[in-house]
Design a protein around this ligand. Structure first.
Ligand SMILES: *Cc1c(COP(=O)(O)O)cnc(C)c1O
Length: 333
């Protein structure tokens, strides 16, 4: 008898499969054909405002519940989408949530994801202006303090990107193969790496283009390590397609091409992208078309990984969106 693989515990949190929608007006405005560009709507994944982290959290929460946890802990940036969705997932499964954020209460507005963190009932520990290592250390320390108080905490990694979380994107890759068997390239934002890693495992490295967002210091090595951990043939970091040209002045900083991408997606398809991740993914797709890396006649898929609440946490981005005044129209008949 052959050994059965161990079942992986999964908590249902999202709505699957997410839609794959044709984006003819956006595609044509970029010089592609009307049938070429499609958007995978993982922003419509259902829980807590949606986004790519829901697929990861189904698996991470499944493991946490199996381990008897009563508290979820994670860390992230002030406007972390993963923190917001961990808060929503905790509410859904009935676990406490503590978020350790690299910022302080007075460091900026409390809107966007932060407002939702509070609405979902999470507590926040402000770690101040720390680097990645110190943020990790702060999250471990908070987890230890919870344990000393008698809780049973589980610490989720930054962005939910360990091998278990990345498995959620293996599922997405398989979903895409069923929806579009002839797909040529899936373009995704690359943050903590789990999303790209799962897609590479499911589709092969030749079919995935990652657009780095500047969230981690060695993105290619991280994605390669996760692909290996998923059990695939080890893929050399140098064989991955990753664009590094849209980081700009850094992770949280808006660039001109990203601003243009936000306006293009909104103005051609009525679809909202965010300034940190999905705006960069579209800006990278535009550059890939300019470079001939993506061509007309191929089926290209842009992964919409969510992030809408984050847009409302970046008031300087919003302030640059002009509100046009109607000329010659008056409210009186
Ligand atoms: C986290 C995030 C990403 C990046 O996914 P990773 O798995 O961290 O690389 C992309 N888009 C949005 C909206 C995100 O919140």
């Amino acid at each position: 008898m052959s050994a059965q693989p161990l079942p992986i515990g999964r908590v249902p949190l999202g709505s699957w499969p997410t839609p794959l929608e044709k984006a003819s007006r956006l595609g044509c405005s970029l010089g592609l054909g009307p049938e070429d560009l499609w958007i995978k709507r993982d922003d419509l994944s259902g829980l807590g405002g949606g986004g790519n982290k829901v697929r990861k959290l189904e698996l991470l929460c499944g493991a946490a519940l199996a381990d008897g946890a009563d508290t979820l802990v994670t860390s992230g940036a002030r406007q972390s989408n993963f923190a917001r969705l961990t808060a929503a997932a905790g509410a859904r499964v009935g676990l406490d949530v503590v978020l350790v954020l690299a910022s302080s209460a007075v460091d900026g507005p409390l809107g966007g994801n932060l407002a939702l963190d509070g609405l979902f009932g999470a507590s926040i520990v402000w770690a101040g202006a720390v680097d990645d290592e110190d943020l990790d250390a702060a999250a471990r320390s908070v987890t230890e303090q919870l344990r000393e108080r008698g809780a049973t905490p589980v610490l989720f990694p930054y962005g939910g990107s360990n091998v278990l979380g990345a498995r959620g994107y293996v599922d997405c890759g398989r979903e895409l193969l069923a929806q579009a068997p002839d797909l040529t390239t899936v373009v995704t934002a690359l943050g903590s790496g789990g999303t790209m890693a799962g897609l590479v495992y499911a589709l092969g490295e030749g079919k995935v283009l990652g657009v780095n967002c500047g969230a981690i210091s060695r993105p290619a090595a991280k994605v390669a390590e996760l692909v290996g951990g998923l059990g695939g043939a080890p893929v050399g970091a140098e064989r991955l397609s990753i664009r590094l040209d849209h980081v700009g002045a850094g992770y949280g900083e808006l660039t001109e091409p990203v601003m243009a991408a936000l306006q293009l997606a909104a103005g051609t398809e009525g679809i909202v992208l965010d300034p940190i991740y999905t705006g960069r993914a579209l800006a990278g797709l535009v550059s890939a078309i300019d470079d001939g890396q993506i061509r007309p006649g191929e089926r290209t898929i842009l992964l919409h990984s969510g992030g809408l609440p984050g847009l409302f946490g970046h008031p300087t981005t919003l302030a640059r969106i002009l509100v046009r005044r109607a000329e010659g129209l008056s409210p009186r008949p």
